[in-house]
Design a protein around this ligand. Structure first.
Ligand SMILES: C[S@@+](CC[C@H](N)C(=O)[O-])C[C@H]1O[C@@H](n2cnc3c(N)ncnc32)[C@H](O)[C@@H]1O
Length: 192
């Protein structure tokens, strides 16, 4: 009797975990951008490059488990908003913010970063593929206030001149409105 109860409990728990893990992986993939977290060193390097200040409002477009938001709040004294399409990632990020004692500085919004209101952003963090980047590039300048900084990990924006770059971590910084140009122009300027 007891062993059949135990077995049922184990089967239910295993099925729930499998379902959770499946949805955890699947929802971002269906949305077109898998969950691939930025490693913590690169997160720090990106926020450093963007010169995040206490009180700045930092957005992470596709905030995953919330690590960028956590770093912005814990190490830079910033406020941070994550836009995330996966409800499970939103839950996990809220839980991590809570246990790290920074939930007052962090907000996670369930939604689509292509449509999110970014009018009050000081800094926008983005880690995505060049496909998403192309779509974002066309709408981002109109959605951001002048002077906002956009920091990208692993990709640069075609047609925009970076303001600063971190070669070691492959992180690029842009200031709004973007200056026409390219990464090649930036590197050529550096050599002169
Ligand atoms: C490459 S991960 C980056 C996670 C986090 N920013 C980091 O650097 O660790 C991309 C995240 O974007 C989310 N995502 C994909 N498409 C999205 C969309 N249109 N709007 C909001 N979030 C999206 C995925 O669910 C995933 O968590």
């Amino acid at each position: 009797m007891l062993s059949s109860y135990l077995l049922t409990t184990l089967v239910v728990l295993a099925s729930a975990s499998l379902l959770f893990y499946g949805l955890w992986l699947l929802i971002p993939i269906i949305s077109g951008l898998p969950w691939l977290p930025t490693n913590h060193e690169r997160v720090r390097a990106a926020l450093d490059l963007a010169r995040v200040q206490p009180g700045d409002l930092v957005y992470d477009l596709g905030s995953g488990d919330g690590r960028v938001l956590l770093a912005a709040a814990r190490f830079f004294g910033a406020r941070a908003v994550g836009i995330e399409i996966s409800p499970l990632h939103c839950l996990a990020a809220r839980f991590l913010a809570l246990i790290n004692g920074v939930s007052d500085s962090i907000e996670i919004r369930l939604g689509d970063f292509y449509k999110a209101d970014l009018r009050d952003a000081d800094v926008v963090f983005a880690f995505m593929t060049s496909r998403q980047a192309r779509r974002l590039r066309d709408t981002l300048p109109a959605r951001l206030p002048p002077g906002a900084r956009v920091v990208t990990v692993s990709f640069d924006f075609d047609g925009w001149l970076p303001t600063r770059i971190d070669r070691e971590n492959l992180v690029f910084l842009y200031e709004m409105p973007p200056t026409p140009g390219s990464l090649g122009d930036f590197l050529a300027q550096e050599q002169n």
